[in-house]
Design a protein around this ligand. Structure first.
Ligand SMILES: Cc1cc2nc3c(=O)[nH]c(=O)nc-3n(C[C@H](O)[C@H](O)[C@H](O)COP(=O)(O)OP(=O)(O)OC[C@H]3O[C@@H](n4cnc5c(N)ncnc54)[C@H](O)[C@@H]3O)c2cc1C
Length: 395
């Protein structure tokens, strides 16, 4: 029986596990390792940070949903991978594998900018459940004594969407509370222009977002690198200083330490179009853990986002490729990167579709509408249902 080990229990790891089980049944022994014992629907973390969701609304315990499908779950952190000996190393054991799937997501590199981040710095982050919970407490305190707000993405960021969502949601909340006039708002980003998103823009995203920010009276600073954050100021490399009372900044990402040695200089795993490691035939990787080269060099470094939509497609491709070697089912079509994203904007939301992900493109759609907000709310419920019932084959 083939032994398959999966690292990570989120969009990538869970989808791969369910798909492998569906294809292979008893032909494989599948073990999923995660340092977190729950699945978190990360796209709802901005909502949680504003008190619109509670943790129990957007999380699922991993053990029961995996064991129901006869997939073993180990609540352990992988400390390393010995790729030559085909073993995963944890504090408690060594786990041999015939196939390994790396779906460990990012290491959030707060250490790259002094003063950045909720642990050793002065800014909030909404990228993990723990951080979003802390951001919610800071937001509640901020409402008692408001002041300037700075939101954005530092140099090297690849995941730009959440900062856009957060700035529009905060703007809406403040207007609802009749407080917006007490709060100067700044949006600071490493993108060369607003709406670049790390993918060279999407249709008329630049012109459209310039108007949105102007109408909402949010000051824009693009093409910026941050020198440091102090408790009161964002200090930019060009000498500009922006005061803030509440700061939320996205960090750059790297591969997690346990697998970084298998990756490029930032620890991201190089894979082919079936998500197979370029040097190790029995290692696959999906989601944020993989390496994607940026479409263009930007004056301030930026990276390419790897969304949940893309991650699910990568996981389905990897699972089918592994199953095809073990049981002879047809190989999957090569994964062609495209993206569909629903960006929350407070009262409304934007539908974004890019095919392929990077320009030049065959198709790009950008549409702001109320129905997109409803679609986003429904998608959260749908995705949690799908993960709870092990339906990894669904989009
Ligand atoms: C705030 C926010 C909002 C977003 N909104 C959207 C959206 O609206 N639409 C969209 O398509 N995408 C969105 N994304 C992107 C989406 O969340 C990611 O693409 C997706 O989470 C990637 O899944 P993953 O499995 O690759 O990694 P992750 O979700 O990061 O999961 C990695 C998992 O691996 C575990 N892990 C890490 N290291 C180890 C280790 N050493 N041993 C064991 N386990 C380990 C972690 O605990 C984690 O559970 C958003 C991202 C953020 C941060």
């Amino acid at each position: 029986m083939a032994r398959i080990v999966i690292l990570g229990g989120s969009f990538g790891g869970l989808t791969t596990a369910f798909e492998l089980k569906r294809f292979l049944g008893k032909k494989a022994e599948i073990t999923l390792l995660s340092d977190l014992d729950k699945f978190v629907f990360i796209p709802s973390l901005p909502w949680l940070s504003l008190g619109w969701r509670r943790a129990e609304d957007i999380t699922l315990p991993l053990k029961p949903i995996l064991e129901k499908k006869d997939i073993s779950f180990l609540h352990e952190e992988a400390k390393g991978v010995d790729a030559d000996a085909s073993k995963v190393i944890t504090d408690k054991r060594e786990i041999p594998y015939d196939y390994l799937v790396i779906a460990t997501g990012p290491h959030l590199a707060f250490e790259e900018v002094p003063g950045l981040g909720p642990e050793n710095g002065y800014t909030e982050c909404i990228f993990t459940l723990e951080h979003a919970e802390k951001a919610r407490k800071t937001w509640e305190k901020f409402l008692e004594t408001p002041g300037p707000i700075a939101i954005g993405s530092v140099q090297g960021v690849s995941c730009f969407g959440p900062a856009y969502e957060y700035v529009f949601e905060i703007d809406m909340e403040l207007r609802k509370r009749k407080m917006r006039h007490k709060v100067p708002m700044f949006f600071i980003t490493s993108e060369p222009y607003i709406g670049h998103f790390g993918i060279g823009g999407l249709g008329a995203s630049k012109r459209w977002l310039e108007d949105e920010f102007a109408e909402k009276d949010i000051k824009l600073l693009t093409n910026q690198a941050v020198e440091e954050f102090t408790p009161e100021e964002v200090r930019l490399k060009d000498g500009t200083r922006i005061p803030y009372k509440l700061g939320m900044f996205a960090p750059a990402m790297k591969g997690v330490p346990a697998v970084a040695h298998l990756g490029n200089p930032r620890g991201f795993i190089p894979v082919d179009e079936h998500m197979r490691h370029k040097n190790y035939r029995n290692i696959f990787s999906v989601g944020v853990a993989i390496a994607i080269a940026p479409p263009e060099q930007t004056p301030v470094p930026t990276g390419v986002p790897k969304t949940g939509f893309m991650t699910v497609r990568m996981a389905q491709t990897a699972a089918r490729a592994i199953a095809s070697e073990i049981s002879g089912i047809a190989m999957p079509a090569p994964y062609e990167m495209d993206v569909l994203c629903l960006m929350d904007m407070g009262k409304t939301a934007a539908f974004m579709r890019a095919k392929p992900l990077l320009p030049p493109r065959q198709e790009s759609t950008l549409k702001k509408a109320l129905w997109v907000k409803w679609l986003k709310i429904c998608f959260e419920k749908y995705f949690l249902f799908k993960m709870k019932h092990g339906l990894g084959n669904l989009p």
